[in-house]
Design a protein around this ligand. Structure first.
Ligand SMILES: [Zn+2]
Ligand SMILES: [Zn+2]
Ligand SMILES: [Zn+2]
Ligand SMILES: [Zn+2]
Length: 154
């Protein structure tokens, strides 16, 4: 198998192919780890710190295994990490509510884990995750939206 699903390399071991799982740092614009380096909590470079939260992304063959016989989700993650307080296991809906309610006034520079999970996207660091969540993904009392540019394939 020579298909490189994610066009990124591991910041830890420099591997160009991250099979199954990709761990993307939600505080650095360009920091990804493979499964093994994430497990070993590899830290390289000046920017990345050990307490940075990661979003775990799953490639299509792995999604097909995980969701065998069920509809396969379009997003590349089925559970989301809060980029501000690092809590894990949020559904997309939960995370929007959580960020809008709890991190409304937070100005930590973070990357949106929901935007990261859209294939082919390259999200930037945001100034305010609460504002982004309510503007892009719906407010706390509405359902999650993913009307992102470039997400209309199919
Ligand atoms: Zn690695
Ligand atoms: Zn980082
Ligand atoms: Zn949080
Ligand atoms: Zn987003």
């Amino acid at each position: 198998m020579s298909t490189v699903y994610w066009n990124v390399f591991c910041s830890g071991c420099r591997a160009q192919n991250l099979p199954r799982y990709r761990f993307k740092c939600l505080r650095c614009a360009n920091y990804d780890l493979c499964e093994a380096c994430h497990e070993n909590k590899v830290v390289t470079g000046a920017e990345h710190k050990p307490d940075h939260p990661f979003q775990c992304l799953v490639d299509i063959p792995t999604k097909e295994l995980l969701f065998a016989g069920e509809p396969i989700p379009t997003l590349e993650a089925d559970s989301f990490t809060c980029p501000v307080c690092s809590t894990r296991g949020h559904s997309a809906d939960d995370l929007v509510k959580h960020a809008v309610n709890d991190h409304k006034a937070d100005s930590t520079k973070v990357i949106c884990p929901l935007c990261v999970a859209v294939h082919g996207s390259d999200p930037h660091l945001l100034d305010n995750i609460g504002t982004h969540m309510s503007h892009i993904h719906g407010s706390a009392d509405r359902t999650v939206r993913f009307d992102l540019p470039g997400n209309d394939e199919g």
